[in-house]
Design a protein around this ligand. Sequence first.
Ligand SMILES: [Zn+2]
Length: 269
Amino acid sequence: MLDISVLPTAPKADDWGFVFAGRDTVTSLRGEPGMPWRISEVISQWHVEMSSALPVGHWQGRGVWAFSVPEDSVDLSTQLSGNLYSLLGRVDDGLFHAHGRAYQLLHWRETHRHCGRCGTLTQSIEDGRAVVCESCSLRVYPRVSPCVIVLVNKGDKMLLAAAAGFQKRFYSTLAGFMEPGETCEEAVIREVREEVGVEVGNVRYFRSQPWPFPSQVMLGFFAEWQSGDLALSPEEIEDADWFDVGAMPPTPPNASISGQLISHFIESL
Ligand SMILES: [Zn+2]
């Protein structure tokens, strides 16, 4: 697994380099899918400055660093460039977490080049764990945005929804960002009410999953239907229905917490 308790302090030639071009992760067409580069390969292929490397942690006994390279620098004859989501479930969890954390840290650094309070350029401090504004002393650490994701049941049936804009590619559990000042349980109840118009109760925590698209943590819950008929919010939900295990629509892969909520519920029947 990725170890983030101690960050590497200086890139070594055989450390790992996770390379991103825009939102896409760039890996080699040769070798195992999703494997990162060695730092020596990152230098020889992209001529990047080591001062731009962001420390991520340690994986398989070596330091892990994140690099951002220009989108037009990807050589598709030898390199594979793709959305992080394409690696979910295709590589082991530790490797996916390393890609995800590298991407989140790059995204955070790129969106905090300037102080949010006074606009001054920020400086990296604490070995890359934070940035500070030397003008007004504002200090900013990488942010994660908590989201609740919930499987609602009505007896043996599961409430699953196709999100607007995804052409009913698959039916998933409901999810949404938490609001400031809200408990997880309140967020579950509010999101379900807003998206499909029903009231739920008996909210129980399941498990969580880092979700680097770009910087969420998904907090999984089960909840039970209490009252109301489905009334869909058209901006968010294309379609939603109660499904039983004998007639399931396409659902997300088990590598996602939505897939895990669904399979856990089915196993509990
Ligand atoms: Zn400032």
